[in-house]
Design a protein around this ligand. Structure first.
Ligand code: B12
Length: 221
């Protein structure tokens, strides 16, 4: 199989949620020396974008979204160590979670992988994380940055609820707050009072590093 055939196959099989085929193609691609990032950005993510578009048009329903998401997650398990293992030293601690009421975690997991690859220590709280769990985890782990992920317009307001909880616990000034997820915009991030927003995983890494540098320049160690 040529690289183009593998990418086309990965796209098609992810779209229809054929997990075993996605895994097989992922292994085949890696055996041929294709880069993990190519599989991710040229096949897996575009396939999920198409899944979303079909759902919006009413051509796909929740079960189709679910199996496509699972198929992608299976490939991510294989790609994860390859994307994260760059051997760089830890540059900061990032606490991450999907907000309460929201179970979308593929985007968040991708961000985590890229952050780890860039040298961040990532503590992942998973999905459906309530404000008080974020507060407790910040007290326990003392991260430099906390990230809130939301994929639904109905759960985005949890950003504000989380920020209020941090404020109430006296933690707002001790941690940088980043927000993201498919429906989130820079305007929304500004409106709720977050410190940073990024539209995708690589932009998150850049923004996180820049925010850390700013913070460290202000508070000399
Ligand atoms: C897969 C999927 C599901 C799966 C989730 C599986 C899982 N484990 O994640 C399942 C089937 C469970 C699901 C359920 C639902 N879903 Co859904 N889902 C999707 C789908 C198709 C893909 C999402 C995804 O993973 N994309 C891939 C990743 C890589 O996305 P990404 O946005 O590019 O991620 C990047 C950024 O967002 C950013 N990022 C992410 N998190 C963070 C965090 C921080 C801090 C930062 C800085 C950056 C950042 O970096 C990421 C990596 O580059 C989207 C459509 C779409 N294309 O977005 C709908 C979508 C998000 N779902 C939608 C809906 C409506 C639902 C349901 C309500 C459906 C229903 N009626 O039950 C339920 C809600 C369940 C719940 N309570 O959460 C709508 C949301 C509409 C809206 N605006 O509110 C969408 C947009 C589909 C649509 N077009 O209508 N869904």
């Amino acid at each position: 199989m040529t690289s183009d055939e593998i990418l086309a196959g990965l796209y098609d099989e992810t779209l229809v949620g054929n997990g075993p085929a996605v895994l097989e193609l992922t292994h085949e691609a890696l055996a041929q020396g294709m880069l993990p990032g190519t599989l991710l950005f040229d096949a897996l993510i575009p396939a999920l974008e198409e899944v979303g578009a079909r759902f919006e048009r009413g051509d796909f329903f929740v079960p189709e979204m679910l199996i496509a998401g699972r198929a992608m997650a299976g490939a991510m398990e294989v790609l994860r160590p390859l994307l994260a293992d760059t051997g760089v030293e830890t540059i900061g601690k990032f606490l991450m979670g999907t907000v309460k009421g929201d179970v979308h975690d593929i985007g968040k997991n991708l961000v985590n992988i890229m952050l780890e690859g860039a040298g961040f220590e990532v503590v992942d709280l998973g999905v459906q994380v309530a404000p008080e769990r974020f507060v407790a985890a910040i007290e326990e782990h003392r991260p430099d940055i906390v990230g809130f992920s939301a994929f639904l317009t109905t759960t985005m307001p949890m950003f504000k609820a989380n920020l209020n909880a941090l404020e109430k616990a006296g933690l707002r000034d001790s941690v940088i707050v980043m927000v993201g997820g498919a429906p989130v915009t820079q305007e929304y991030a500004d409106a709720v009072g977050a410190d940073g927003y990024a539209a995708d995983a690589s932009a998150t890494v850049k923004r996180a590093k820049a925010l850390l540098e700013q913070r460290r320049a202000k508070v000399p160690a």
